[in-house]
Design a protein around this ligand. Structure first.
Ligand SMILES: [Zn+2]
Length: 256
């Protein structure tokens, strides 16, 4: 889980990054301090992506008939995304190992890092979907999906805490979230050729408080033996991560 200490480190690292680059430019190009300041101002904003590997720790997520747990698949995909973007975009994972995080802390991490986009990875097939295949969600009251009851919403928050008006936060980003969902969907179709369940609007807790375009990617249904077999294959995991990365690059070209 991200901690207060880690948060401080992140800020420090970000500061170092912004400070070191102009100095390097000064050394390499032998330019004056004034020119270096100008270079610093011209540095492009490095896009920040927060990737959320679903489940973790005692929360296994879905478990396939031959024992593959969703928490393992989601972490593998997230690690691969981080590896692919190394040196280009700034990628943070809500968890980088096998431990549990509360849903609200996952979203809070995305807001804390001021992410440009938030991608939650799953492979269990929730929200009432049966069978197998891939589906990409963005947050909203739902189209054919069953919205959560007020009681369910209450129970998602710790005792004593009142629900926050988080729905309105993601609402402002819904149009771009939908574009991101469509882009990721298109690239996953090309790379994986999965059983396609399309994109869907649904009340996803993990997305609702995100103050940036945000999607939830169900890359398969571990509960289905054929999907479980696919998701055991490291090449499939790599292809899924590459497709998501390709889609993110395209999205940033559109909304830079
Ligand atoms: Zn899941």
């Amino acid at each position: 889980m991200f901690s207060a200490k880690k948060n401080t480190n992140f800020r420090t690292n970000g500061l170092i990054w912004r400070t070191v680059l102009p100095v390097l430019a000064l050394v390499v190009n032998n330019v004056s301090p004034a020119q270096a300041i100008s270079l610093s101002q011209e540095l492009p904003h490095r896009k920040v992506i927060v990737v959320d590997p679903g489940h973790g720790g005692h929360d296994l997520g879905a478990v396939g008939t031959s024992g593959l747990a969703e928490k393992v698949v989601t972490l593998s995909v997230a690690h691969k995304i981080k590896e692919i973007f190394f040196g280009t975009y700034e990628v943070h994972l809500t968890r980088d190992d096998d431990y549990r995080i509360d849903i609200e802390h996952r979203t809070a991490a995305a807001n804390h890092y001021r992410a440009d986009i938030f991608v939650s990875i799953h492979a269990g097939g929730g929200f009432g979907h049966q069978g197998r295949g891939m589906v990409i969600f963005y947050h909203g009251p739902g189209t054919g999906e069953r919205p959560m009851s007020p009681r369910q919403q209450e129970s998602s928050w710790k005792t004593g805490e009142k629900p926050l008006p988080w729905d309105s936060i993601q609402h402002a980003h819904r149009a771009k979230s939908k574009v991101l969902a469509k882009t990721v969907h298109r690239h996953l179709l090309v790379k994986l050729n999965p059983v396609d369940k399309g994109i869907s609007e649904a009340p996803c807790f993990v997305l609702r408080g995100a103050d940036m375009p945000a999607i939830l990617v169900e890359i398969g249904h571990l509960s289905h033996p054929a999907d479980e077999k696919e998701l055991r294959n490291p090449e499939v995991i790599s292809a899924a991560a590459e497709a998501i990365c390709e889609a993110i690059r395209e999205y940033f070209r559109k909304f830079h």
